[in-house]
Ligand binder design. Structure first.
Ligand code: ADP
Length: 394
């Protein structure tokens, strides 16, 4: 069956069409900067590579343009829309309700809409993508794959905040976790690669957003992001962990309103706030040229990650492997080296020569004597969504 995977964001729609269960990628692309006059449309197959600048008014028009390309006589990969059996949607927030991939019904749509309170930036465009897809692919099954679902196994000891119980019970204020599709995919790949029956693994998804998961015997048992995706590690423009007293200080003493605090912590902090750059490649280049702020930001990022590795190794009472993934994890040998430096007490011993190569496939970059395996595994979130949709429908 052909499964179209859609990741619908506030101004973009990323897509991939996969033949399942062969896991063959038929085409992929993106409609970006939706809502502007200079929207971008990209479309790639084995033989075609199209980049267009055009005006795309809204998500419906964006998906329509994608469908036109899918059906195109020259570059298309399907003859008719009905060839698409299912559309798999990435949905960021599934609340306490969804612990598994789910067929989308009217009730499921209502719930996704309701969870917009918990994920105001993500769930509304995810929902919009579902509505548009239902209109354009009326014969296809629509499936939701939730980023929070993998983390539903986090036990109470780790998913509750020490605030009045009522807020947990009545208002769902708890750790939800994010990037679940990625953490699930790479942890499963690692378990398969290591051929472990029982396993203690830490997965590090380091991209623009960064998060870590403690995965015990294949299940998420703790995670660095929490109620929202702003907790935990230092990210491109998000602060990660801070003392919440800072928020009161900003409001009470420095006259910030809450919108401004929100923007500050989510869009102006992290690497950007520390250095003026958000892209790790720029920061690495600047550090190389002697920029002290950039050097410090790299060290601070690695230091924060080390603290979580220590914490997760402690709560799992051991560690078999750590897995690096996403843009930074897959490509930055410097960040991997900084994170793994001076961790020999934990049994982490990085092989610098192996670390210097970036590969498309799973790569083991520890020395032969390292007690803990250090793996680089490219994340394939769209493939994971297609796998889960296929499994649900088979
Ligand atoms: P997103 O969270 O938006 O999906 P990605 O997973 O694509 O992000 O990761 C983006 C991050 O990866 C950026 O900070 C970018 O600098 C970093 N990155 C990509 N390639 C490299 C590289 N070769 N070296 C260092 N960092 C890289």
């Amino acid at each position: 069956m052909k499964i179209l995977v859609i990741n619908s964001g506030s101004s973009s729609i990323k897509f991939q069409l996969l033949q399942m269960p062969a896991e063959q990628l038929l085409c992929k692309g993106m409609a970006d900067r939706i809502g502007g006059q200079d929207s971008q449309l990209s479309y790639k197959t084995e033989t075609a590579n199209i980049q267009e600048t055009l005006a795309i008014e809204n998500h419906k028009q964006g998906l329509q343009k994608i469908v036109e390309l899918l059906l195109d006589k020259e570059v298309g990969v399907i003859g008719d829309k009905s060839e698409i059996t299912a559309v798999g949607h990435r949905v960021v927030q599934g609340g306490q309700l969804f612990s598994e991939t789910t067929l989308i019904t009217d009730r499921v749509k209502q719930e996704i809409q309701a969870f917009a309170d918990l994920a105001p930036l993500h769930n509304p465009p995810n929902y919009e993508g579902i509505l548009v897809s239902e209109q354009l692919f009326p014969a296809a099954r629509q499936v939701a794959v939730f980023d929070t679902a993998f983390h539903q196994t986090i036990p109470e000891i780790a998913n509750q905040y020490a605030i009045p119980k009522k807020l947990y019970l009545e208002y769902g204020i708890q750790v939800y976790g994010f990037h679940g599709v990625s953490h699930q995919y790479v942890s499963q790949q690692a378990i398969k690669y290591l051929a472990l029956r029982k396993s203690k693994i830490i997965t590090l998804h380091l991209g623009n957003g960064c998060s870590m998961t403690a995965v015990k015997d294949g299940q998420s048992i703790d995670h660095s992001m929490g109620f929202t995706p702003s907790n935990g590690l230092i990210m491109g423009s998000r602060s990660g962990d801070i003392d919440h007293g800072i928020i009161f200080h900003l409001v009470d003493k420095l006259g910030y309103d809450l919108d401004k605090v929100n923007t500050l912590l989510n869009k102006e902090s992290g690497l950007l706030g520390l250095t003026g750059f958000r892209d790790l490649r720029d920061i690495e280049a600047q550090a190389e040229q002697g920029n002290a702020d950039c050097r410090l930001a790299l060290d601070m990022s690695a230091y924060r990650i080390k603290k979580y590795i220590g914490a997760y190794a402690a709560v799992m009472n051991g560690l078999d492997a750590i897995v690096f993934t996403a843009g930074i994890g897959e490509n930055s040998r410097l960040m991997r080296a900084l994170v793994c430096a001076d961790m020999d007490f934990l049994g982490i011993d990085l092989d610098e020569t192996k670390n210097a190569h970036n590969a498309e496939a799973i790569q083991e970059i520890n020395t032969p004597s390292s007690k803990v395996k250090v793996l680089v595994i490219p994340t394939k979130e769209e493939l994971e969504i297609a796998r889960q949709a296929h499994k649900l429908l088979s």
